[in-house]
Design a protein around this ligand. Structure first.
Ligand SMILES: *Cc1c(COP(=O)(O)O)cnc(C)c1O
Length: 397
């Protein structure tokens, strides 16, 4: 048999989490729903309960074949050893922060971080005695080293930032973090398989699996993946302790989404690149913030560390257009919904300027920014729609 770790992305997604020979010949794993798991004897029940962290059916919260199939799929996609499925992408952010931080600790968080993660640091973590320092996303190794304190136990990363698309030098950040004894957590939702977190110094990888894995804008789910047994026990202890859980139906549907994820990601990446090139030629546009485009901010680090891209990017308009004019643009679009949860099959557009908080850095944008998600529609239809939206925006100034 060939080594499953050496298989390509498409092969992995077609075969991971399946053992059809044992499942009455059906291609897909079974969907087990349940809270109570019955034991044949009291002794057996005690034996099962003693095996914490292992894959034994003891109680619904401990997971089922359905959860484990999804965990295996995501661990394979991100190149880690084990994964815990949680109730949402935000829970995938907060659970490892709680697992690796305690009262009196300090954590470093990039200034472009996903908004609800910032709210969690400034709210609940602060209330529980954890101090957060925000840092400029493009920081280098010496910059992180200078911010490290004796009580810094977590250095958080998100690359690229999911609203302003700064690409982080994650390997450099990880070197400084590890030198100071901290764990590196990363929100890898944008990179998904195209950034292999554990090859670049990340210890804990966060996925809003709500996005491309689920892929159809109908599920909220998150995953946290680690790469060794000690980190698994830390994660498992906190996630189980919090009662973190995702419904087996949502796990089953997310696994179903992942079977086609490589193909969707590739098609959407290609379309996003085509639309990005087209946008660059429009007179209203100053910059396209997609690191996969040559010359775009972060392209050099993207080329070094990523094997592909997704279809979420920003458009910076020329300064003559106001943020309000970009609202007219977004509202005029017919094929792009005004909405935030990307990674589905449909295109989206949301204004960024005016909706993000910065405390440690100033984004380098002269004009307003709009975030675009490209779905599976035909590129010609999308560019025609964008052009008529730009015309409406132009008339509004
Ligand atoms: C959407 C998103 C999340 C949160 O995911 P939910 O499932 O909506 O809670 C976390 N991080 C990033 C970068 C996201 O885009």
């Amino acid at each position: 048999m060939t080594d499953p770790k050496k298989r390509g992305f498409r092969t992995t997604l077609s075969h991971v989490g399946r053992k059809s020979k044992h499942e009455h010949g059906f291609v897909n794993p079974p969907l087990n729903r349940g809270s109570t798991v019955l034991a044949p004897t009291v002794a057996k029940r005690q034996e099962m309960q003693a095996r914490r962290g292992e894959r034994v059916l003891t109680y619904g919260l401990g997971g089922s074949e359905t959860h484990w199939a999804l965990e295996d799929a995501m661990a394979a996609v991100e190149g880690g050893t084990r994964c815990f499925v949680v109730s949402s992408g935000l829970a995938a952010v907060t659970t490892p922060l709680l697992a690796w931080l305690k009262a009196g600790d300090h954590c470093l968080v990039p200034d472009h971080v996903y908004g609800p993660a910032r709210n969690f640091c400034d709210g609940l973590l602060k209330r529980y005695g954890v101090e957060t320092t925000y840092y400029a996303p493009e920081i280098d190794e010496a910059g992180i080293a200078a911010l490290m304190r004796s009580n810094t136990t977590v250095v958080y990363t998100e690359s690229p930032g999911s609203h302003t698309f700064e690409v982080q030098d994650v390997p450099a950040i990880a070197r400084a973090a590890h030198a100071g004894g901290a764990k590196v957590l990363m929100d890898n939702t944008w990179g998904i398989h195209h950034f292999q977190p554990f090859r670049h110094g990340v210890d804990v990888s966060i996925q809003a699996a709500t996005k491309y894995p689920a892929g159809h804008s109908d599920i909220l789910i998150g995953t946290v993946t680690v790469n060794n047994d000690a980190d698994w026990m830390t994660l498992h202890g906190t996630a189980r302790g919090l009662g973190q859980y995702a419904s087996p139906d949502d796990c089953w549907l997310t696994l179903r989404g992942m079977r086609t994820m490589a193909v969707r990601l590739h098609a959407q990446m290609e379309s996003a690149i085509q639309v990005g090139h087209w946008l660059r030629q429009q007179p209203e546009v100053a910059h396209v913030l997609n690191p996969a485009l040559p010359g775009a901010p972060g392209h050099e680090i993207w080329k070094r560390d990523f094997s592909g891209a997704c279809s979420l990017f920003g458009v910076e308009f020329k300064p003559e257009f106001s943020p309000l004019a970009t609202h007219k643009f977004v509202e005029a679009l017919e094929l792009f919904g005004i909405g935030s949860s990307w990674g589905g099959f449909e295109s989206l557009a949301v204004p960024t300027t005016g909706f993000i908080t910065r405390t440690a850095s100033v984004p380098k944008f002269a004009g307003p920014v709009v975030r675009i998600h490209i779905g599976l529609e035909d590129v010609d239809d999308l560019t025609a729609d964008l052009r008529q939206g730009l015309d409406v925006m132009r008339k509004s100034v």
